[in-house]
Ligand binder design. Structure first.
Ligand SMILES: [Zn+2]
Length: 511
């Protein structure tokens, strides 16, 4: 009998802290439902005290998700814990995850607290959290650089106070596998009542070792891994869920654990998260990259045809490749359209909303004959934009690009309800479009990133553009999709401007 390995997904919390990757409540719900279908054990839905929007997102997920535990992060103070407790109250199973820094540098420079005060605060935090739920997790922020004797002391105290899961995060991605496994083994040996709790790991990928460190820790006794879809997360990201799950499954001879995960949901989840955040998946990414199961070299192909196991250690269909079926086309009716949106967990607020979305679907189907799930996600993302969050809107556009001539863009925009015309020249039509927008917006924002990807295959595919703007230290990503990539670029730029305009600054806890 193998031990269960608890998969704790933090795509919606740590993943969302990737620069520019903020998600709406509706988008978070869609991802949460897919994680539930994947049979993720714990979904960290957010940091409820960060803002009212974050609170509402956590609460909506706690209401909607029945099969997975829904968790909210909280700093070790009474207000954060109360907000988390209120946000998870509708959950079938709710968890509060509280944390405090334990490394000398963090205690001294950031918290300005003595080690004794840190232990006292952590114990109080567990007591407050236990008023809302029995399922309380404690994290020692920057455990990877903390003194082992101090970790033993604080963990003993929080277990005594009622913490059920003890997380040992490598917050800055500094650890290496053997040493990290040694830390986990030592803690389990030395902390009194270590057998009464689940030991958890949370590894960052700054040295590319997040998955290796997590798996080494599993061999040393950890029974919960915190991870994200596509390895999304602060800086270089977190351990990637798909790599953890498939390593444990493929090398069942090595790992003494098993997960409950339905791996066929992995590729759909990867695509959904990539599309919502605008973070493309690199082609050579393990499990979910476009090349992960493509055997292009002639020698390999010959081997694969003769006997698949010569080069393949996993089957593409086991992780959900090939599930992207052709769904809709030009002749699909309103009911088929509605049914497919329901299958994809996309919320439709009203009949009017459905009618509007359906007419846009028809326009797209005229330009592009095969409409895939990815196209529907992109279409519906535009549909969730409300007038309150849309200060700038593209009405029409005209671009000129010809050999030997300076590219030019002419745009008609609606800005705060009034129609405005704009034109500019640029080094290319995309540059011209952005300059034209700025003649009207004068945003003062600085362009940090521009990327374009085809949503599906074929030259008639929609181009999906991500534009990252920064202003006054805030970073915002905008997205736009269209079969014309210059139009998609203009939409993405306006989307980023709208987000800079409408969203409030938020807290980013580092664990
Ligand atoms: Zn983290």
């Amino acid at each position: 009998m193998k031990d269960p390995l608890i998969i704790f997904d933090t795509t919606l919390r740590d993943g969302e802290q990737s620069p520019g990757a903020s998600m709406t409540r509706e988008e978070k719900l869609r991802i949460a439902r897919l994680l539930e279908r994947m049979r993720v054990d714990v979904i960290e839905a957010g940091f409820a005290a960060a803002s009212n929007g974050d609170f509402e997102s956590v609460r909506s997920i706690a209401e909607a998700v029945r099969e997975s535990t829904v968790c909210s992060l909280a700093r070790a103070n009474e207000n954060d814990i109360r907000r988390s407790g209120e946000a998870i109250s509708p959950a079938a199973r709710g968890r509060i995850h509280t944390f405090i820094a334990t490394s000398p540098i963090h205690m001294e420079k950031k918290l300005r607290m003595t080690p004794d005060q840190v232990v006292e605060q952590a114990v109080k935090a567990i007591g407050w959290a236990r008023q809302y739920t029995d399922d309380v997790e404690f994290s020692a922020e920057d455990a990877g650089r903390s003194d082992i004797d101090f970790l033993v002391r604080i963990f003993e105290a929080v277990i005594q106070a009622g913490a059920r899961t003890i997380n040992v995060p490598d917050t800055v991605g500094y650890n290496v596998p053997e040493q990290y496994a040694g830390t986990i083994r030592t803690l389990i040996e030395r902390v009194p009542n270590a057998d009464k709790v689940i030991w958890s790991v949370h590894c960052h990928n700054d040295l590319g070792l997040a998955v290796a460190n997590s798996l080494a820790a599993v061999c040393a006794g950890a029974r919960q891994v915190e991870c994200t879809i596509n390895g999304l997360g602060e800086r270089a990201g977190n351990a990637s869920l798909e790599e953890i799950v498939m390593a444990v499954r493929t090398r069942a001879d090595v790992f003494p654990v098993e997960t409950r995960i339905d791996a066929t949901q992995i590729v759909p989840a990867s695509k959904l998260v990539s599309q919502i955040t605008g973070y493309p998946v690199q082609p050579n990414k393990a499990i979910v990259g476009a090349n992960a199961f493509a055997h292009e070299s002639g020698i390999h192909q010959d081997g694969v045809l003769k006997h698949r196991e010569t080069y393949e250690i996993m089957r593409a269909e086991d992780v959900g490749w090939g599930a992207n079926k052709l769904v809709l086309g030009k002749h699909s009716g309103r009911n088929a359209f509605r049914a497919r949106l329901q299958d994809l967990d996309i919320e439709i607020a009203s009949e009017e909303h459905l009618n509007h979305a359906f007419s846009r679907f028809k326009e797209l189907a005229d330009k592009k004959h095969e409409i895939f799930d990815e196209d529907l996600h992109a279409l519906m993302r535009d549909e969730t934009i409300t007038p309150e969050t849309e200060h700038y809107r593209l009405v029409s556009s005209r671009f000129h690009s010809e050999t030997g001539e300076t590219p030019r863009a002419e745009l008609t925009l609606v800005v705060g309800g009034a129609e405005r015309h704009a034109q500019a020249e640029g080094s290319g039509p995309v540059d011209a479009a952005f300059k034209a927008i700025e003649t009207v917006a004068n945003s003062g924002g600085q362009l940090l990133l521009y990327s374009v990807n085809a949503i599906t295959t074929g030259t008639d595919a929609q181009g999906e553009v991500t534009v990252r703007l920064t202003k006054n230290g805030r970073v915002m990503d905008g997205q736009g999709a269209d079969t014309d990539i210059i139009v998609a670029s203009a939409k993405a730029y306006l989307n980023a401007l709208n987000k800079l305009q409408s969203s409030a600054p938020r807290l980013n806890p580092q664990i």
